[in-house]
Write a protein that binds this ligand. Structure first.
Ligand SMILES: [Zn+2]
Length: 233
């Protein structure tokens, strides 16, 4: 069975949980090596039964989605890695929820770009031919799904799912705002005042009323095993 893989943009895989992604990293390293042999790629692509498209922040950057990493990438006075961690959430869940609330609300103004759309179209075309295309992405913005991609493995989770810290239930959630107390909060400028929302007024689980967190993979956390297994297939 022939398989082909396409890497869109540069993947920042080295900044993700390393052990878990070692296989993918190796794959990406091999694939990112500049190759001028487009003809050969086309040949492999034409015959491939399975095509994997790996995407990272680059494809979302084209849609204007900020990553809060690197130069100038601050939310208030923080970088993503200061807020996207279990310890930051334990210390100040209100602040971390403000950050994610901002990112969720911002996505209402962001749309899939031609790269997302081309990938979705390619999936449709290949499916019609009895072939298969799977997107494996590091992005949490769901723009691939918005573009129409059906088979998407989200290595780092999604802004639009919540996970209960008590019963661990994961649910889709596109509410805007996600809870009343976060309405109008989350302003990104450095002078914005932290909302200091009491924990009881932050997003809560409908089943057990435990505190919810975003269902995203934070710094210091491993990737979802289910997603990894699917990605390895
Ligand atoms: Zn719960």
């Amino acid at each position: 069975m022939q398989a082909a893989a396409v890497v869109v943009g540069r993947l920042g895989l080295s900044s993700t949980p390393l052990l878990a992604t070692r296989r993918l990293t190796r794959m990406a390293d091999t694939l990112s090596r500049p190759s001028s042999d487009l003809a050969k790629f086309r040949e492999v692509y034409k015959k491939a039964k399975h095509v994997v498209v790996l995407t990272g922040a680059g494809v979302s950057a084209e849609s204007g989605v900020p990553t809060f990493r690197g130069d100038g990438g601050l939310w208030r006075t923080w970088r993503a890695q200061d807020l996207a961690s279990p310890s930051a959430f334990a210390r100040d869940p209100s602040l971390v929820w403000e950050f994610y609330h901002y990112r969720r609300e911002l996505m209402a103004t962001k749309h899939p770009n031609p790269a997302h759309l081309a990938i979705a179209e390619a999936e449709q075309r290949l499916t019609a031919e009895g072939r298969r295309l799977v997107v494996i992405t590091q992005n949490i913005d769901e723009l691939h799904k918005k573009a129409g991609s059906k088979e998407v493995l989200e290595l780092h989770g999604s802004l639009f799912r919540t996970e209960c810290t008590k019963c661990q239930e994961i649910r889709p959630n596109t509410d805007s705002p996600i809870c009343a107390s976060l309405a109008g909060k989350g302003a990104p400028d450095p002078n914005a005042v932290n909302a200091r929302i009491p924990e009881s007024e932050l997003p809560r689980c409908q089943k057990c009323s435990g505190l919810l967190r975003p269902n995203v993979v934070w710094f210091g956390e491993g990737l979802d095993n289910n997603v990894l297994q699917k990605a390895g297939k």
